[in-house]
Write a protein that binds this ligand. Structure first.
Ligand SMILES: C[S@@+](CC[C@H](N)C(=O)[O-])C[C@H]1O[C@@H](n2cnc3c(N)ncnc32)[C@H](O)[C@@H]1O
Length: 210
């Protein structure tokens, strides 16, 4: 099977796993639409669902033995659960406690070992600042570091995924450069619904797409 956006060398997933991933994508979209109607249309909320097909292709392309995955801002947990189904040790950190509860319920439904913690993916002690001294982090909120609950530091992860709002990517790249493992890959979902891969601040793959 040829999956768009996946390098030819990458083995495709078997049909059973593909069906489970498709089922999860569909269910997650349903949950997102419900959230959009009941929460987002009444007040601002930073949760916007990613293009799951693009993300799945990026996750498939970066699989490997014993890879540890972290989702920054894991919302309803769909992407972290997909990473678990694909064989990663998968964890998500999310600032909104109600979304963490939803993610844990979804993980149970998919018999997933993915874990979710309520807190911030911005580690205690990290400070974002642009060259001209701007410390604003846009829609990225503040809270207790989620790494304490996870019992792991950012540098312990091999693959990190984030979906920043427009203008927030430089902060994510800076955080990875300063606090992540030098070998780790950061996947960033863009507003064009493709996913880019970075290592050490440099682009590895410009676009995984659906
Ligand atoms: C654009 S949404 C992306 C959701 C999900 N990752 C996806 O791609 O479908 C960003 C998420 O990050 C969460 N968030 C914002 N700031 C955060 C922080 N400092 N730590 C953890 N989560 C945060 C928001 O509550 C929201 O659920």
């Amino acid at each position: 099977m040829v999956i768009p956006g996946v390098p030819a060398s990458q083995p495709a997933v078997d049909s059973h796993l593909r069906a489970r991933l498709d089922e999860l994508c569909t269910e997650a979209w349903g949950l997102w639409e419900q959230f959009d109607t009941t929460v987002r249309r009444k007040e601002f909320h930073p949760f916007v669902a990613a293009n799951y097909e693009s993300v799945v292709n990026a996750l498939i392309a970066n699989r490997g033995p014993n890879r540890r995955f972290l989702e920054w801002g894991s919302a309803m947990g769909a992407i972290t659960i997909m990473a678990d189904l694909l064989g990663y040790e998968a964890h998500g950190i999310e600032l909104d406690g109600a979304l963490v509860d939803t993610a844990r319920r979804l993980a149970t439904r998919y018999e997933s070992k993915a874990t979710f913690v309520h807190g911030s993916f911005i580690p205690t002690g990290y400070q974002w600042e642009t060259l001209d001294g701007d410390r604003r982090t846009g829609t990225l909120g503040a809270g207790l570091s989620g790494y304490i609950q996870l019992g792991r530091a950012l540098e312990d992860f091999d693959l990190i995924f984030g979906y920043p709002w427009d203008g927030e990517t430089p902060m994510m790249l800076d955080l990875m450069r300063r606090w992540g493992s030098p070998d780790a890959i950061l996947l960033v979902h863009g507003i064009d619904e493709t996913v880019s891969a970075y290592r050490g601040g440099r682009t590895l793959v410009a676009s995984y797409h659906r």
